[in-house]
Design a protein around this ligand. Structure first.
Ligand code: ADP
Ligand code: MG
Length: 398
C-alpha cells in the first residue's frame, strides 16, 4: 500500500519535510504564466505547515539538460508561491550542497524553502546515487506530490525516497491515484474516448481499455490510423504508418465495441485557390484532403453514446482543436462529458492536450477529475504502476 500523509508520524513539529512538487510551469519574461501547478501543491503544503513541519521543496522546470540555465530558474516560482501561500518562501541554489543543507536547517516555523531546478544537475535524470544521497540529507521525511513526474525514475523521484524514510504520497498524488484507480473497477456502462496524435504511445493503454470498456470512441489522428488499417483511403491525413499492425490487432480484439468516425472535417488542398474546409464521408476522402476533425454525424453519434454511460475516460482531442475550424468534435465530447457528470457519471480526463481542451471549453470544473500529468496518468492506467509510487511504501529503517 502506498503511504499517505496520514501514515506519517503524528508529531511533525520542527521536522523538515522534503517535498517533491511539480513546478514545471510555463514562464513568460521571467514571470509565472500559469500557476495551476503551484495551486495544485497548496493543500499538501498547508497540511504540513499546520503541523508546524518545515517544507523544503524540490522540482524540475523544463529540460535544461543537466546544466544551469538562468531562463529555467525556479526563482520566479518562489515569489508566486509566497503570494499564493501567504508565507515567506526562501530560495536556495543549487539544490544540493552545503548552502542548501544550511538553509534547510535554518528554516524557521512557517517558512518554506524552495530549491533550484533539480535538472540543473546531470545526476537528476541519471538517478545518480550520490546526488540522491545529498538531496536526502535536506529532509527528515519525504513527500512526493509531483504526480506528473511519477513515471520517471530520477534522483528526486525514486532515488531520494529510497534513502529517506518515512516517504509518503502528498494529497495531490493521492487524489490522482484514487481517481485513476477507480477506472480499474468502473461503473458500467464504461465508455472511453481516444484521440490525439500519438497512437504508438497509447497502444498499451488502448489494448487494456478494449478489454475493459463497453464502448470505445475513436477520433483525432488516431482515427485516421484505424481507418487506414481497415483499408480506407485517408488521403493527406496524418496516419501513423508504423502503428497500422497494432491498430489491426486492436480492431480484431474488439471491433464490435470500437466506434470510428463515419464523416470527417477535411481541409482540401486540391483547389488552386488555396485550401477549403468540407465535411465528407470517410469513404470519400480524396488524395489532397486531410481529415482534421470528426464530422457532425460522428459528433452526434459519439455524444449520444456518451449519454448512457456511468463512467467515462477520455484521452486525446478529437481533432486539431487548436484551430477553431477543427475544434467542434473535441468540444462536443467535452460538453457531453460535462452533461453526464451532472447526472452522476464518473468522468476522468487524462492527457496534457485533452486537459487543455477541456479548460479552453470552460468545463474544467464540470468533470469528475482532470489529471495533472498526462504521461504519468497513461502509464498508471496501462500498467497499474509508477516508479515514483512504488517507492512510497512502508519500509523498515536499514
Ligand atoms: P494528449 O496530450 O491529450 O494525450 P496527444 O498529445 O496524443 O493528446 O495529441 C494531441 C494533439 O493531436 C493536438 O495537438 C491535436 O491538434 C492533434 N490532433 C488531433 N487530431 C488530429 C488530426 N486529425 N490531425 C492532426 N493532428 C491532430
Ligand atoms: Mg500531448
Amino acid at each position: 500500500m502506498t503511504r499517505t500523509l496520514r501514515d506519517l508520524p503524528a508529531d511533525l513539529a520542527g521536522k523538515r519535510g522534503l517535498v517533491r512538487v511539480d513546478y514545471n510551469v510555463p514562464l513568460d519574461a521571467g514571470q509565472v504564466a500559469d500557476a495551476t501547478r503551484i495551486e495544485a501543491s497548496l493543500p499538501t503544503l498547508r497540511w504540513l505547515l499546520r503541523r508546524d513541519a518545515r517544507p523544503v521543496l524540490l522540482s524540475h522546470l523544463g529540460r535544461p539538460g543537466g546544466r544551469p540555465n538562468p531562463a529555467l530558474s525556479l526563482k520566479p516560482v518562489a515569489s508566486a508561491l509566497a503570494d499564493l501561500l501567504g508565507t515567506e518562501v526562501l530560495f536556495s541554489a543549487p539544490c544540493d550542497g552545503e548552502d542548501a543543507l544550511r538553509a534547510s536547517r535554518e528554516l524557521r516555523s512557517g517558512q518554506v524553502l524552495l530549491l533550484e531546478n533539480t535538472r540543473f544537475l546531470p545526476g537528476e535524470t541519471a538517478n545518480d546515487e550520490a546526488l540522491a544521497g545529498r538531496l536526502a540529507r535536506l529532509g527528515d521525511f519525504f513527500v512526493n506530490d509531483a504526480f506528473g513526474t511519477l513515471h520517471r525514475a530520477h534522483a528526486s523521484t525514486t532515488g531520494v525516497p529510497a534513502r529517506l524514510n518515512p516517504a509518503a504520497a502528498g494529497l495531490l498524488v493521492e487524489r490522482e491515484v484514487e481517481a485513476l484507480g477507480a477506472l480499474d473497477r468502473p461503473r458500467r456502462p464504461f465508455v472511453v474516448a481516444f484521440g490525439g496524435a500519438k497512437i504508438g504511445d497509447k497502444i498499451e493503454l488502448m489494448r487494456r481499455f478494449v478489454e475493459r470498456a463497453d464502448l470505445i470512441l475513436v477520433g483525432g489522428a488516431m482515427a485516421n490510423t484505424f481507418l487506414r488499417a481497415k483499408g480506407i483511403e485517408t488521403g493527406a491525413s496524418l496516419v501513423e504508418e508504423a502503428a497500422l499492425d497494432l491498430a489491426r490487432s486492436i480492431l480484431s480484439a474488439g471491433e464490435e465495441r470500437i466506434r470510428l468516425p463515419t464523416d470527417v472535417i477535411v481541409v482540401d488542398r486540391s483547389s488552386g485557390a488555396g485550401e477549403s474546409v468540407a465535411d465528407v464521408r470517410v469513404d470519400a476522402i480524396e488524395p489532397k484532403m486531410a481529415a482534421l476533425d470528426i464530422g457532425p454525424e460522428s459528433r452526434a453519434r459519439y455524444a449520444e453514446a456518451l449519454r448512457g454511460c456511468a463512467a467515462f475516460f477520455w484521452n486525446g482531442p478529437m481533432g486539431l482543436f487548436e484551430d477553431p475550424r477543427f475544434a467542434a468534435g473535441t468540444l462536443a465530447i467535452a460538453e457531453a462529458a460535462a452533461e453526464v457528470t451532472a447526472t452522476g457519471a464518473f468522468t476522468v480526463i487524462g492527457g496534457g492536450d485533452s486537459a487543455a481542451a477541456i479548460r479552453r471549453a470552460g468545463l474544467l470544473d464540470h468533470v469528475s477529475h482532470v489529471c495533472t500529468g498526462g504521461g504519468a496518468a497513461l502509464e498508471y492506467l496501462s500498467s497499474g504502476r509508477l516508479p515514483g509510487l512504488d517507492v512510497l511504501v512502508e519500509r523498515r529503517r536499514p
